[in-house]
Design a protein around this ligand. Structure first.
Ligand code: BTX
Length: 324
């Protein structure tokens, strides 16, 4: 609203000083009661505003939140993230996004939460999603494509996130097929692409992204100490989650368009340039067995090609990858 904007700009103009309610009311052309109500609202949105009798109000700062307003202010996309559904806490953003997809929510709908109680990874593994430190979100897309193309979206998303992290944090990220992003060999982001489809076409694609942003080492549970890290740990200072969400959405939109116009080839090349596994001797563990060999690359469908010691090339659709 106009009052909120005027209020914020007066408070920011007098940074570090107290401004009286009367002066704020004058600058925003409203009553002092309206000022008081808006101050309360700003506090609910994460602004820390000190108040002192006789002196007035002082803007101390703002915590890093990912509410609808935080993301919309500064978002440069046309469609992605234009419809945001924010939760303080929920079980899983994937679950809500699936429901919204069935209720015909528009393409680009984003479900995002401060905390997930039962965040999930592949094969019903858990994704640790504590409050206030990470980005836990699910993006709804409705590409007119056959379901075999769905895995490509994990790769599109990977490339987009790598670029967003590079831009916002100046950090180099590596991609581990199929769905992990690593810094110094530790997991910074996991991607979970799910779909609602029949044998011919995709109705909705739900891309879940879990990004560790501002966790400290001690914030991770024991079993993740060796395998997980956060952007703040890698960078040595806190990172704005809202900014990161904005850039991730921006790059996904860009690559999604590129993909629909020009096909998978340009994205595949980019993806391979960031991938750690390609050309390495790796072991791929699936539910039923494990195959070792050299990772040759990925197909246009996003399938990993693994050449064993007898020269036989195995297509790997889904697996956990290990290498020395
Ligand atoms: P994944 O199956 O490849 O990886 C899951 C494994 O990663 C776990 O078994 C555990 O070892 C490890 N792990 C768990 N939590 C973390 C964490 N915070 N950081 C690093 N490693 C972790 C990867 O699955 C896909 C994860 C997608 C998560 C998003 S969050 C938003 C959306 N909602 C939802 O429920 N899931 C997705």
């Amino acid at each position: 609203s106009k009052i909120r904007e005027a209020l914020l700009s007066s408070l920011t103009a007098h940074k570090d000083e107290f401004v009286s309610g009367q002066e704020l009311a004058y600058e925003a052309s409203c009553t002092r009661t309206a000022i008081w109500k808006h101050i309360e609202e700003l506090r609910r949105d994460g602004f820390t505003i000190e108040s002192r009798r006789k002196k007035g109000y002082r803007l101390v700062g703002r915590s890093d939140l990912v509410t609808e307003n935080d993301i919309l202010l500064g978002l440069e996309t046309e469609q992605l993230g234009r419809n945001i559904v924010f939760y303080q806490t929920l079980d899983s953003t994937q679950k809500i996004a699936h429901q919204l997809a069935q209720e015909s929510a528009p393409e680009g709908t984003l479900v995002i939460a401060e905390e997930q109680k039962t965040g999930r990874g592949r094969m019903s593994r858990q994704w640790y999603s504590p409050p206030g430190t990470g980005i836990w979100m699910s993006l709804l897309l409705r590409p007119e494509l056959p379901p075999q193309k769905a895995p490509q979206f994990t790769l599109i998303t990977s490339v987009a996130i790598v670029q967003a992290i590079e831009e916002v944090c100046g950090l180099q990220v590596q991609i581990k097929w199929p769905n992990d992003l690593l810094i110094d060999g530790k997991k910074i982001t996991g991607i979970l692409t799910e779909l609602q489809a029949d044998s011919e076409r995709i109705y909705s694609l739900i891309i879940g992204m879990g990004m560790n942003v501002n966790q400290k080492q001690a914030d991770f549970p024991e079993e993740l100490h060796e395998i997980a890290t956060s952007l703040a740990l890698a960078k040595g200072e806190p990172v704005s989650r809202a900014k990161l969400v904005q850039r991730v959405l921006f790059h996904i939109e860009r690559y999604y368009k590129m993909y629909m116009d020009k096909g998978f080839e340009p994205i595949k090349l980019l993806w391979e340039s960031y991938a750690v596994t390609i050309g390495k001797h790796i072991t791929a563990r699936t539910l039923h067995d494990s195959i070792s060999g050299v990772a040759l690359g990925i197909t246009d469908e996003g399938v990993l090609l693994l050449e064993d010691k007898d020269g036989v090339v195995h297509p790997i659709y889904s697996a956990d990858i290990e290498w020395l």
